[in-house]
Each structure stands twice: as C-alpha cells, then as structure tokens.
Design a protein around this ligand. Structure first.
Ligand code: NAG
Ligand code: NAG
Length: 501
C-alpha cells in the first residue's frame, strides 16, 4: 500500500496533537500537586534528623470549650517562630481556629482511609530535639520559661528523663512515687519522700522531655496524658524533677460552667478506664490508700479464657492471676468453707490450694481455681450439694452451685457471669486410704492415707482460717514431690517455666 502525502501529513498532525495533549495534562497534574502541597504541607515520609529547640505540644483539651488558640498565640507572641503542634484524636468540632502560620500545625491522630499513614503520626510533626507538653489554658509570661526548663533538664541529665514546671493553681503539684507491676496488674501510688524528685505527678504542669524518648514510648499520646506517661516511665525506672519555674493559668477554673466541668470529668474518667484496660492494669492503689479496680466483677465474665494444658493465658503474657480474680477466688472460698462448716461437711484444702496456704498463707499468685477435698459421706448434710444433683443452683448470694460435667465433683462459681470457681472433690475411706472414683490426669491426684485427715488442723488462708490435713508438708510432698513448698514452679513447666531471679 502506498502512503499519499496527504495521509502522511494527517498522521504527523495527529501525533503532534497527542504529544501536546500529553504535555498539557502533565502540566496540569503538576500544578494540581503544587496546589495541594500548598494547602496541606504534609510531613515528609522519611523524617529529617531532629533540630535543636523545643516544640510545644497541646494534647489535652475539650472540643466544646478550650483555649488552644490563645495558648498558641501566647507562645507566638514571645517567639513568632515557636513550633506548635496541636494533637487531636479526631478533627475538633466546633473547629479550632489556629494562627495561620506554618509553624503551627494540627495533627489528627485518627487515620483517614484516603490518607497515607504518616499523616496521622504525631512524630512526623515534632521535628525538634525536645518537646514541651502543655496543658490547655496556660499563659506564657516570658520567653525564658521554656529555655529555663531546657537548661534545668540539661543540668539534671542522667538523673531525670523529664522536668516539670507547675501551673500555678489552688492545689499544688504533688510529687508521687509510682510502682507498677504488670505481672500483678497493679499500679501503686504513694507520697514521694522528696518533694522534687518524683516518679509521678498529680496536678497541672508543663512537661519537658526528649522527643525521641516521648515517641519511643508504646503509647506516647494516650490520654490521660500524664497518667499514661508516668506509668510508662515507672516501668523504665525513669524520674521527673519539679522545677522552680512555673506557668500561670489564664483561666481559673478552666471550664466556665459546671455542666462543661461535668462533661470533662466524665470524659477523663472514661479515658482513665480505657488507659488502664489498654495497659492491663486492673488494680490501682492511690496515694491516700484508696483502691480502684478495673478488672472483673460479679457482673462481668472471668478475665481469662478456658485453660489449656494447665497453663492459663496470662502466664504466656508473663503475668500472674489478675488481682480481681484472686480477690473473687478468696471470697468464694471463704463463702463455701463457711457453708461446709455450718452444714457439717468435713473438708480440707487440697492440691495447689493447700500448697499456696503452706507456702505463703494465700492462693498461689498464678493459680486460677481453688480445690477443696470433702468426705463423700457428708454430702447429704449440705442442702445445696444435695439439691444440685438435679441441676445447677444460683444461691441467694449469686454463687452458682453445680455438679461438674467432667466427673464426680462439685463446682461453685463466683457468679452466673464470672466462672471463677472452687472445686469440691469428694473422697471416701477404703482400707485406711482416701480414694475417689473420678481421677484427673494430674500428678497430685492420687490416693492418700486417711491419717492425714485425723485430725484436720487449722491453717491461715488469706484473711481467714481454713482446715488442712495434719502434717501437710508430708501430705504435699507425697502428692507433688520433695521440696515442693520451697521450690515454686508453674503448673506445666514443660510449656512455661517460672523465671527465677
Ligand atoms: C514495688 O512493687 C514490688 C512488687 O509488688 C515490691 O516488691 C517493691 O517493694 C515495691 N517497691 C516500692 C518502692 O514500693
Ligand atoms: C527505645 O526503648 C527501648 C526499650 O524501651 C530501648 O532499648 C531503645 O534504646 C530506645 N530507643 C531510643 C532511640 O531511645
């Protein structure tokens, strides 16, 4: 086929047209990008090294009433280039109108499905070596305040990882000691012996720390902010020093109405519950000795699942029995023993429960149930045990009595919701030995001479006295092996061993 000149010219024109179209669209796209970058200066994906200086970080404020813009302005008035980051869980509503300068930025921590992940990561916005966590409503009186904090921080280097400048208010900033044991799911506050060197604070303060320390915490900006930071610091053995520098408050009280205060208090309470839940802290002892519980109760399910291979899930998490469970087990045991005693059923502490009583007069700190032995022939003396033959019973105190489906024994549950339990194992004497018909696949589940029960002896157990086999050391060594009292071990050492210091 021959190509005419006309056809060639036409083809050439089409190609030129396509090329022009391509360049125009490229240009448009580039302009669009530049425009978008201008609207939202998104942080770089690969952060540059931190530069000297301090970023002011505002994290805790209420959407419905806050002074975030005036706090920002107060810092900018002293130092117009002061970097300020406002970190909110979600886009604040009503909107917060921040000073329109590039060094003041709002981070929304909630990831948006149409945005890359780095947009919601606060560490991409704090690009200075130090960060000052600033409560809402404060006023800066001089440029020197933050600089002075930084100087003091450097002077105390190695001794403290954080410094705090109190916000002047009616209640002074309290210096506390905080002892956190994740193993025992417990945080314990007490009054610190020093008034300046603390492991936790109570009250409002401006906090200064290294940016890399803040963002190396597992939850750097969890709320309540200071509660969360001090728990994580206590776990690292870190300290905070209270400085003589202080800030004043532009709004005392911060919130203008009691209704807003009520809303803020409720939110703070909810945040606290959520924080302790996330950190796995179920028992908090306050500096005045009051206890707060964040764990299971009679109305909630047991806080660990079905046990596999005698090794409850918390042992794999390097934790012991949650304190609420130990408390519920002690309460159930005391209750059951009282019923057995008053109805004339002979019982004794059995297995691991006896071991705990012999070892330290309490439930073994990683145990998950309580075992009692009873005389089979005494069962008819107890109305509840007699009646469970025909189905489970919820008694007047909400405990659930039932005949176990796994064999000939009885189980008393803490409640219908919470299945923490005490097991009753009926034995009967045969040729001087105590025996039974249902055996579990446990080393300690064996026959034993009846003379251990004649007589039964009192033994301290938690806050009451229970009955135990006489000569219980020999009884335990017969069941578990020599030296069992002195050498604690987890129930299934083949799967999980107790770490000994
Ligand atoms: C902290 O708790 C642990 C474990 O409960 C305890 O052994 C230790 O003595 C406590 N330390 C202080 C200072 O209270
Ligand atoms: C972050 O913390 C871990 C342990 O908590 C520590 O080993 C590591 O050195 C820290 N990293 C930095 C950069 O501080």
């Amino acid at each position: 086929m021959r190509v005419t000149l006309c056809q060639a010219v036409l083809a050439f024109a089409i190609i030129i047209n396509l090329l022009i179209l391509y360049y125009v669209s490229r240009l448009q796209q580039q302009m669009l990008h530049r425009h978008r970058d201008h609207v939202q200066p998104s942080p770089r994906l690969l952060p540059s090294p931190l530069r000297p200086g301090i970023t002011v970080l505002l994290r805790e404020f209420e959407d419905f009433e806050n002074y975030v813009p005036s706090v920002a302005k107060s810092f900018l008035k002293e130092k117009p280039e002061q970097p300020i980051v406002v970190a909110a869980d979600a886009l604040p509503y009503p909107p917060i109108v921040l000073p329109n300068v590039p060094n003041v930025q709002l981070v929304v921590l909630k990831p948006a499905p149409d945005q890359p992940a780095h947009v919601s990561r606060p560490e991409n916005y704090v690009r200075t070596e130090y960060v000052a966590l600033v409560p809402d409503g404060i006023k800066v009186d001089s440029t020197r305040q933050l600089d002075q904090m930084l100087e003091e921080f450097k002077t105390n280097q190695g001794q403290v990882q954080m410094v705090a400048a109190p916000v002047q208010s009616l209640t002074p900033l309290l210096c506390l000691n905080l002892n956190v044991s994740l193993k025992e799911w417990t945080a314990e506050y007490s009054t610190a012996p020093s008034s300046k060197l603390c492991s936790a604070l109570k009250g409002d303060a401006v906090i200064l720390l290294r940016t890399k320390d803040l963002f190396n915490f597992s939850a750097p900006l969890a709320k309540p902010l200071l509660t969360s930071l001090f728990i994580q610091m206590a776990l690292r053995g870190w300290k905070v020093r209270i400085l003589d520098v202080s800030f004043s408050s532009a709004h005392q009280p911060l919130l203008s109405s009691s209704h807003n205060q009520w809303k803020a208090d409720n939110r703070a309470k909810a945040n606290r519950v959520q924080l302790f839940r996330a950190f796995g802290i179920k028992r908090v002892i306050l500096e005045d000795g009051k206890e707060q519980w964040f764990g299971c109760s009679k109305e909630t399910p047991r806080c660990f699942g079905t046990i596999h291979d005698d090794t409850p899930e918390y042992l794999y998490q390097n934790r012991w029995t949650p304190p609420c469970c130990l408390k519920a087990l002690r309460e159930t045991t005391k209750y059951v023993i009282n019923i057995l005693e008053t109805s004339g059923v002979r019982y004794w502490l059995e297995g691991g429960t006896l071991l705990g009583a012999a070892r330290h007069q309490d439930i073994i700190p990683w145990d998950y149930d309580v075992d009692l032995g009873i005389y089979l022939e005494d069962i008819p003396n107890c109305e509840l045990l007699r009646n469970v033959e025909s189905g489970s019973i919820v008694d007047e105190k909400g405990f659930v009595w039932e005949k176990a489906i796994e064999g000939d024994f009885y189980r008393i549950q803490y409640s219908e919701h919470n299945h923490l339990h005490v097991d009753l194992w009926p034995f009967y004497p045969k040729n001087g030995m105590m025996t039974k018909d249902t055996w579990m696949d446990h080393r300690q589940d064996i026959e034993f001479p009846e003379h251990f029960l004649k007589p039964l002896v009192p033994l301290q157990f938690a806050d009451f006295t229970a009955l135990a086999p006489n000569n219980y050391r020999r009884f335990l060594e017969l069941k578990f092996g020599e030296g069992v009292i002195e050498n604690p071990e987890y129930p299934n050492p083949a799967l999980k061993r107790l770490e000994k210091n």
